[in-house]
Design a protein around this ligand. Structure first.
Ligand SMILES: Nc1ncnc2c1ncn2[C@@H]1O[C@H](COP(=O)(O)OP(=O)(O)OP(=O)(O)O)[C@@H](O)[C@H]1O
Length: 261
């Protein structure tokens, strides 16, 4: 179970996103508590990625608020902040793991550089400390620390994804957004990565919003599930409850694999 806390880390209220005549997200509202893993599932085009983008700041909502409880205890609306202000207030408190690791890594620098860069951005200056933290994090994501100076272009897809995760977690964010983190990988590589993610999330007490097509991934990682259809939340509840005893007809179809997700 997710640890309890007095205040939600994130509260989304009345979030709507329209692209011209198309409404990708409609009046979305939910809260996420520290240490909680929330899975977001639904068929293709249901608005999952748009919702994640609105929280991450990649997409500007048309209406609504994204309240965030900062480390200092302030409640700020991320939807109303400029990019610079968002960076200033949030710092490294929120990570984003892309489906394609190439979107979240720098392929022109070494593996160690990919982990060290966010530390330097956070103000760390001592080269020896940065390098030893990078080596430690390579080990934590099961990459041989001897490969610290290698370019990640030479890594397999699974290794690149693990490096992307290390780059995101090294600065100790409290919230990590994940968009299909195991999407492009072989089944055996997926299983190993899922184990690793599950362990890191538990060890670090991370809150996660996980967008996934894969209900198996959702079952393994998520404490709670939110089912989206046509931009709306149609069902939400504890993961086992939603998957084993879905109440809404749409969720029943989704769980019985009738829908093309
Ligand atoms: N930049 C955009 N411009 C116009 N329409 C968009 C844009 N981004 C998303 N949409 C539309 O918004 C709706 C929701 O898309 P979104 O990508 O959020 O769904 P999704 O559930 O993440 O789907 P998938 O699982 O296929 O990624 C879709 O109809 C999509 O075509």
């Amino acid at each position: 179970m997710a640890p309890s806390a007095e205040q939600p880390l994130l509260t989304v209220e009345g979030l709507t996103k329209r692209f011209g005549a198309r409404t990708a997200c409609r009046d979305i509202g939910f809260s996420l508590w520290p240490g909680e893993v929330l899975g977001v599932v639904g068929e293709s085009g249901s608005g999952k990625t748009t919702l994640l983008g609105c929280i991450a700041g990649h997409v500007t909502p048309t209406e609504g608020q994204v309240w965030y409880e900062t480390r200092e205890g302030d409640r700020i609306d991320l939807a109303s902040l400029s990019e610079a202000e968002r960076r200033r207030r949030l710092g490294n408190d929120m990570g984003f793991v892309h489906q394609n690791p190439r979107d979240g890594l720098r392929l022109d620098i070494s593996a160690g550089g990919n982990i060290g860069e966010p530390l330097m951005r956070a103000g760390m200056r001592h080269y020896g400390t940065i390098r030893s933290l990078a080596a430690e994090w390579l080990g934590r994501v099961e990459i041989d620390a001897a490969r610290i100076d290698e370019n990640p272009r030479r890594f397999s897809g699974g290794m690149q994804q693990r490096l992307q995760i290390a780059r995101n977690l090294v600065t100790k964010p409290r919230l990590v957004l994940m968009d299909e983190p195991t999407g492009g990988l072989d089944v055996s590589v997926q299983a190993r990565l899922l184990d690793l993610v599950r362990q890191l999330v538990a060890d670090l007490g991370l809150a996660v919003i996980l967008v996934t097509h894969d209900l198996g991934v959702a079952r393994l990682l998520a404490h709670r599930l939110m089912v989206m259809q046509d931009g709306r939340i149609v069902e939400t509840g504890l993961t086992d409850q939603v998957l084993d005893d879905p109440h809404e007809p749409y969720t029943q179809l989704l769980v019985s694999s009738v829908l093309p997700i």
